[in-house]
Design a protein around this ligand. Structure first.
Ligand code: BTN
Length: 260
């Protein structure tokens, strides 16, 4: 994968700017720095390999050379979008699901940010923000996707089972073809962020829907309940054994099927 190939693949996508790195620390870190320097809306950072890729909750994200997609899209949110920041993680996950559908792969979203194929994680989304005073000035939407089998870390490094597109399809996938498909869907979902269609598609994509899960996190006391759907603002709604409906807070939340 090189800069020229990606630029050619992205020629019809309206990007604000583009930077490619053969090797980088983290595309999110570079995008955060670029955003601070004034990168235009829809500027994209892509790397072939990340040395210090980051996941949520301080986890590391493995991105060996030649095997994965690691990209970060810089977004300059409108006033309306600033009030819906918590939905950008779903936007990333939905765009990945839609892109995988084009490859014939049914994918699901493990709320809030993991994309699963057959119950195994294939991609993760990390949204970070740049603040200007009390306002969010830019959002960095980072996506990591295991394309080839070699992108999947060994089992001892995983807290949730993982897979790759190559494994699911039984043949390798060219990352160059995948990038424009993914960016196109990111831009499409942004245009309907928070709409009824957006929430409906998100709800339809929810993994473990109707199943009992355990959620816990920084601001979330451990709760076991059946997934019944999404609230109007995209919060996950669980029904406890006692029949009580509980809305799960956004933020650092972990979710596991209860029998895991
Ligand atoms: C997660 O599942 O915890 C989120 C993983 C996000 C990984 C991507 S790879 C591109 C971007 N750069 C990073 O350092 N992280 C995100």
């Amino acid at each position: 994968m090189n800069e020229k190939e990606i630029k050619t693949a992205l020629r019809e996508i309206p990007l604000g700017g583009f930077r490619f790195y053969q090797q980088i620390g983290s595309t999110n870190d570079t995008a955060l720095a670029w955003a601070t320097e004034g990168a235009p809306d829809h500027s994209l950072v892509v790397a072939d390999e990340q040395l210090t890729g980051r996941g949520r909750a301080g986890n590391t994200w493995y991105t060996p050379p030649g095997a994965a997609l690691a990209l970060s899209l810089i977004l300059r949110p409108s006033t309306e979008e600033r009030n819906q920041v918590s939905l950008f993680t779903a936007l990333g996950a939905l765009a990945v699901c839609k892109a995988l559908k084009e490859y014939g792969l049914p994918a699901e979203i493990k709320w809030p940010n993991d994309v699963l194929i057959q119950g195994k994680k294939v991609a993760g989304v990390l949204v970070e923000t740049v603040w200007m005073g009390i306002e969010i000035e830019s959002l960095i939407l980072g996506i990591g996707l295991n394309v080839l089998k070699t992108a999947v870390p060994t089992a001892d490094k995983l807290s949730f089972e993982a897979t790759s597109l190559e494994h699911a399809l039984n043949h390798p996938v060219d990352r160059i073809d995948l990038i424009p498909v993914l960016i196109r869907h990111l831009i499409e979902y942004r245009s309907i962020l928070g709409s009824e269609t957006f929430l409906l598609e998100w709800q339809q994509a929810l993994a473990f829907s109707g199943h009992t899960v355990l959620v816990w996190g920084e601001k979330q006391t451990p709760t076991t309940g059946k997934i019944v759907g999404l609230g109007s603002d995209g919060r996950l709604v669980l029904e406890t054994k006692q029949g009580e409906l509980v809305e799960v807070h956004f933020g650092e939340v972990h979710l596991r099927p209860a029998n895991h």
